[in-house]
Structure formats: C-alpha cells, structure tokens
Design a protein around this ligand. Structure first.
Ligand SMILES: *Cc1c(COP(=O)(O)O)cnc(C)c1O
Length: 226
C-alpha cells in the first residue's frame, strides 16, 4: 500500500468509528476525497484502492485532471466544493455530479438554464456562511429563505441540501448543528460538513458527506489551501 492508501483506510476506519459512536451507519456518511492541488499521479492510488468520490475547488483545475481519469475509471462522482463564477457554469455542469457552492440568485438562474440545456442530473447544495465571515462565500443564514424560494421555483428536484465551512478559529460543533437544523427544516437529505480536522464531530452532528483532503493526500502548498 502507498502512504495515501494507508491514510485513506485510516480515515474510513475513523468514519466508521464516529458513525458507530453516534448510533449511525457508516453508509450514511459519504467520504469525499478532496484532491485539489494534487496531480493525477497522486489521485491514481486512491482510485486503485477503489475510492470513487472526489472533491475539487476549481473548475479549471478539475478540467485538466478528471476527463482523462474518468475514461480509465468507472463510476467516478465529482463534487465542486469551491466558489463557482457565472461564466464557468456550463463547464461546471458538464464536469461535476454535485455542485456544493450555490450561494446567490444569479448563480441559481444560470444553473437552472444550463442544467436544462444539458438535461443534466446535477445535484446542488446551497453553501451557508454560518460564521457570517465577510471574506467567505455562502449565503447568510437570514438570506436562506429567499434563495431557497428561488431554488424551489427554478431547480426543484436538483436541490439536495447544504454545505458549510465553519470559521477556523471557532468551535465547529454549533455551526454543524445549525446546518443540520436547516436541512431538517427544508427536509433535504444532504449535509456536507467536516474536514480533516473535524470530520468526526461533523458525523456526530449528522453530516452525510465529509470533505477530507490533507488527512488522505498529505499537506498542500499553503498558498492554494482553502
Ligand atoms: C480544501 C477543502 C477541504 C479539505 O480540507 P482538509 O483540511 O485538507 O481536509 C474541505 N472543504 C473545502 C470547501 C475545501 O476547500
């Protein structure tokens, strides 16, 4: 086994243990292996280990790596977990199975149009800025009702849930709890929360997807992190 394959196995074990501790089943939690900044040669061992669900934060970077990997490996599911610019919507709908960063009315409209044009089955999550950080993407909690109205009108069956990235300096648990409550309020199945440093807490609080990068692939160059 390569080092990253070992680390993948370890992360899966930790997910199983956290799920078990929370009285949940392991299959209720999807592990998204976040491969941003890593090259195809780093991703291949994880694919060879049988893993198929990956996250990327930039459309252009993902376009360089994934079409080729998709030809070699069946059943890949790709998640966009970084901000989406309106002029990249067409490429994003082509490439990604799940877009987790819906965060403004203009993007809702652009996605609705493009998903219809491509007859795509893209799943969508609204990113919520639970920590109300001015530099961070995502809708503010009090704006959620408004964007959900638009989503329901324009994207009904595609809207699957919520995603958050708590402020690094905060205890993450209250943020996770807030996101889970929102999913319950809107009766949506997907709750994407928890990263390398806090995915066990997220699982205790009801995460259905955890996004884990460095605990699998190792540390990233600092400038591109986040
Ligand atoms: C990079 C990134 C992750 C993974 O972070 P790690 O700390 O390396 O696990 C998760 N979610 C988002 C949105 C990211 O950009």
């Amino acid at each position: 086994m390569t080092q990253s394959q070992d680390q993948l196995a370890l992360v899966k074990e930790r997910i199983a243990r956290a799920a078990n501790k929370a009285g949940r089943k392991q299959i209720e939690v999807t592990l998204i292996a976040v491969s941003k900044t890593f090259e195809a040669e780093d991703i291949i061992p994880i694919l060879d280990a049988g893993h198929r669900v990956f996250g990327e934060n930039r459309v252009q970077e993902a376009q360089k790596k994934w079409p080729e990997l998709r030809q070699k490996y069946q059943g890949i599911e790709l998640h966009l977990i970084g901000p989406l610019q309106s002029n990249k919507v067409s490429e994003a709908v082509q490439l990604f199975d799940v877009i987790q960063t819906v965060d403004r009315p203009k993007l809702v409209a652009a996605l609705a149009k493009e998903i219809k044009t491509q007859a795509a089955s893209t799943k969508l999550l609204v990113q919520v800025n639970t920590g109300r950080e001015s530099q961070k993407a995502g809708v503010l909690p009090e704006e959620l009702g408004q964007i959900m109205d638009l989503c329901r009108e324009q994207l009904a069956s595609h809207m699957q849930g919520f995603m958050c990235i708590p402020p690094v300096e905060d205890e993450p648990r209250p943020h996770f709890r807030m996101l889970k409550d929102m999913a319950q309020t809107y009766q949506l199945p997907m709750v994407s929360m928890g990263m390398s440093s806090d995915f066990e807490t997220a699982i205790e609080e009801g995460a259905t997807c955890v996004r884990v990068g460095s605990a699998i692939f190792g540390t990233r160059p600092k400038i591109i992190a986040g």
